[in-house]
Write a protein that binds this ligand. Structure first.
Ligand code: ARG
Length: 228
């Protein structure tokens, strides 16, 4: 009966954009495995629901459409809980606190406060909170499908700065010593797993797994393994 539909009852499909280390990235021995903090949390969510996890890698700005068309069951993609997104999806309890940071080339000494980024040429990942927030500071924004491409643009000095989430920024910085990170007074952002508004039971089961993992130390073990 389910032939051709691509989904079955014993599979839970998670959507992600695997260009956001350490939360989700392509790597592993084969070089094509999707790994990361979010993926490990998602695996436990599926396990507790008695299902096998299937990971669908896609563009970040396609995730909510894929969720609401039933192509995926939930989103695990370092997605910040925002009021705008909450109009279209439900979010789990927050599972990670982050913020935006600025990346510049090391010789750039022009940025010390939020005032200093006004009117600068930004590179961002399309559809992210960085993309949305950058509009407060400038009209001059180039948006890419991945943060990695935004960083390449900065390395090639085609833009002044990249606005990006703190942990992935730190992760890319470690591989790009010609760049530096500047922490400005950006608001805290909280990541949540997104679920269709029509799936309250899945949302409850995700929250249950999160609460359990926080209580039994498994959550902290994953933080240490992936992030700090
Ligand atoms: N936290 C930011 C947002 O929600 C960026 C997330 C990007 N995630 C990714 N897997 N590329 O907009």
């Amino acid at each position: 009966l389910l032939a051709g539909c691509g989904k079955s009852d014993d599979v839970l499909v998670v959507g992600t954009n695997a260009a956001f280390p350490p939360f989700e990235y392509v790597g592993g021995q084969s070089g094509d495995e999707i790994k990361g903090f979010d993926i490990d949390l998602a695996k436990q969510i599926a396990k507790d629901a008695g299902k096998t996890l299937k990971v669908e890698n896609m563009k970040f700005d396609s995730l909510i459409v894929a969720l609401n068309s039933g192509k995926i069951d939930f989103i695990a993609s370092g997605m910040t809980i925002t009021a705008e997104r909450q109009a279209n999806v439900n979010f789990s309890e927050p599972y990670y606190e982050a913020t935006q940071v600025v990346l510049v080339n090391k010789d750039n000494d022009s940025i010390h406060t939020l005032e200093d980024i006004k009117g600068k040429h930004f590179a961002v990942q399309l559809g992210t909170t960085a993309d949305i927030m950058s509009k407060k500071y400038t009209q001059n924004i180039t948006a890419f499908n991945t943060g990695f491409e935004a960083i390449m643009e900065l390395k090639n000095s085609k833009v002044d700065l990249v606005l990006f989430d703190s942990e992935p920024a730190a992760n890319y910085l470690a591989k790009n010593p010609e760049l530096k990170m500047i922490k400005l007074d950006f608001p805290a952002e909280f990541y949540g797993f997104a679920v269709s508004k029509e799936q309250p039971e899945l949302l409850a089961s995700i929250n249950k797994t999160l609460a359990k993992m926080k209580a039994d130390g498994q959550y902290q073990t994953l933080v240490s393994a992936h992030i700090k």
